[in-house]
Design a binder for this molecule. Sequence first.
Ligand code: DX5
Ligand code: ZN
Length: 219
Amino acid sequence: MKIQVAPSILAGDFSKMGETVEKLERCGADMIHCDVMDGNFVPPITFGAQMVASLRPHTRLPLDCHLMVLHPETQLESFQKAGADIVSVHVEVCDGHSLIQQIHALGMKACIAVNPETDIKRLFPFAEEADMLLVMSVHPGYGGQKFIEESLEKIEKLKNYCIDHGLSDRSIEVDGGVSAENAQSVIAAGADVLVAGSAVFRAPDMAEMIGRLKSKQAD
Ligand code: DX5
Ligand code: ZN
């Protein structure tokens, strides 16, 4: 599958997000990963649908909204109005089937996410109806953390489940601690969408880093 890179704006400068997403698009990003945190599901509060609406005119790239919130069902309509393309909700806090239906009814793509401590099998029932499945490879809440190595096995199990059930084209997104050093293993395990915050924003040349992450496919 084609490897896509979704830079997380959490690692960017919040005072100039419009310019940042324009730059990410010029640098070859495939989508913009927006980390929405509510101070409940995770300790920090970042931003909500209003930020997504402000970013919408600055890019044509899909806005990939990762809702780290306790009550995602209350937010779906606002995100749709804001121009979100993909909405990820956590399996730990919602009835995935119902949320996928609601997200689809609003015309957006649906993704179900799992935390590192959650059994990967919890995602299996959604593999068919979701557009994407998200494996967290750090504990959600903060950028810049170290990739949890055990995530590779979880990605592999999920990928194998998808292959065994005729869903080999289902996108698997990996989020947290992804870098040029581990991208190859993450892809080999079965991921095709790489979220990268620190790796992209701390790189001296963003375009080169995004290109490098994507090129891992061919290694
Ligand atoms: C963590 C977020 C991630 C994070 C990734 O809660 O969901 O998207 O921003 O950042 P890095 O790539 O720095 O781990
Ligand atoms: Zn995220």
